[in-house]
Design a binder for this molecule. Structure first.
Ligand code: PMP
Length: 420
């Protein structure tokens, strides 16, 4: 055990104990694969503004915001008020509610390609709905997505499930020709092309500027729908990332920020396509869900979306740019092979490197050490290096993050054996 792990364990005995208890009733002691890391993940007790506290009482600056969804930080007072007011009226009804309409109106106003919306409970479900609708509209079965893409846990949209005889085809993200080739060869079988405007889970990677418009055009020529997955990227501009990319997708998957921190997903898009969900139509598509358009979620979502204005987005981007530059500078001074990829308020830190253990093994070990050392310095981000800022951060807090990150990077440098 290295000194980074020793320090982490020494600070977090209650997390270790609750982890052991949890593992007796939940495989791995949790219920979400992505949040796991060694030696054991923290048990969080509460969040307030830009901070989280674990059950040992340690404070962390929250640089993840539940994987980008808490764009206004934890327990944002206007959101807490909205949820409290809504919950006092009952938590769910088997009927339309006004918050739902308001949230749908806000989304349709902001995202130019979205004329109609249907709500669901996760980004994964939004992907499933998009697949069902595309198959129905085109009468085709296959879905085309990027090998590096992530669209949630619906198995037809998981790259690792794709293969011979399957219902999913893969091409290379950022490589227009690979999508054009697939569409030229198999266009007649492809119901829809799914793309993130910027790769999220694969590490915040932006494509060449003409990639999205050209793939959209190739999809149109092939008679396939073009579906943009804005589950993560909607926060990048008031019109989503699609506005900056200059595309008008047929359908858009949404989630995370539109639920104000509560579980949510939505599919939006062209009115003529979305009309298939209209139960008054002759052969409507069935789309139900006990918690679709939940009044609490929608009340919180209205606050979240309305308060994410252009000024706040620009302020987050400026703070993210400074964090990006200063963390890279600290790592460079220590001689660490470290870099950051960034899009607005989203970024991913990465280590490069080769050694006896191979390129990936050494880089993965440095990332693991940095993540754990950062936690012990009171900064919380994803084990794979994803960082998402929130609107409640300040320049002073960014300064504090830079200082703490520099100490954590120093720990990594000390633990990294040059002969490794
Ligand atoms: N699409 C993208 C781009 C995502 O990043 C995610 C989740 N991180 C999803 C879809 C799935 O959303 P959910 O976790 O709400 O099912």
């Amino acid at each position: 055990m290295n000194s980074i792990e020793q320090r982490y364990r020494a600070r977090t005995p209650a997390s270790a104990a609750t982890g052991a208890r949890a593992a007796r009733v939940m495989p791995g002691g949790d219920t979400r694969s992505v949040t796991y890391y060694r030696p054991y993940p923290l048990t969080i007790a509460r969040g307030q503004g830009p901070f989280l506290w674990d059950i040992d009482g340690n404070r962390y600056i929250d640089l993840l915001g539940n994987y980008t969804s808490l764009v206004h930080g934890n327990a944002y007072p206007p959101m807490v008020d909205a949820i409290a007011r809504a919950s006092a009226q009952g938590t769910a009804w088997p009927a339309r509610n006004q918050a739902q309409i308001e949230l749908a109106e806000l989304i349709c106003e902001r995202v130019a390609s979205v004329e109609r919306v249907r709500f669901c409970n996760s980004g994964s479900e939004a992907g499933m709905l998009a697949a069902q609708l595309s198959r129905r509209v085109t009468g085709r079965r296959q879905l085309l997505m990027a090998r590096q893409g992530y669209h949630g846990s619906y198995d037809d949209l998981e790259a690792e499930w794709a293969g011979e005889g399957g219902r999913t085809m893969l091409a290379e993200y950022g490589d227009t020709a690979s999508f054009e080739t697939m569409l030229a060869r198999h266009g007649g079988e492809i119901a829809a092309v799914f793309l993130e405007p910027i790769l999220g889970s694969s590490g915040i990677i932006a494509p060449p500027p003409d990639f999205l418009p050209r793939v959209a055009e190739a999809a149109r020529r092939a008679g396939a729908l073009f579906v943009t997955d804005e589950v993560i990227t909607l926060r990048l501009g008031t019109g989503g990332a699609q506005a900056a990319a200059g595309i008008a997708p047929d359908l858009t998957m949404m989630g995370k920020i539109i639920g104000g921190g509560l579980p949510v997903g939505a599919l939006g898009g062209r009115a003529d396509l979305m009309a298939h969900f209209d139960p008054a139509e002759e052969h409507p598509m069935h789309h139900s869900g006990t918690f679709n358009g939940n009044p609490l979620t929608c009340a919180a979502g209205v606050v979240s979306v309305r308060e994410l204005n252009a000024e706040r987005i620009a302020a987050m981007d400026r703070m993210a740019a400074r964090l990006h530059v200063e963390m890279e500078r600290s790592a460079a001074e220590l001689g660490l092979p470290f870099s950051i990829r960034r899009a607005g308020s989203l970024m991913n830190v990465t280590f490069q490197g080769s050694g006896a253990g191979g390129v990936h093994a050494r880089a993965a070990r440095m990332m693991e050490n940095f993540h754990l050392a950062a936690l012990s310095q009171g900064i919380f981000f994803a084990p794979r290096g994803l960082i998402a800022l929130s609107t409640v951060m300040t320049d002073d807090l960014i300064t504090e993050i830079c200082e703490r990150a520099a100490v954590a990077l120093g720990d990594v440098a000390r633990e990294t054996n040059p002969m490794d």
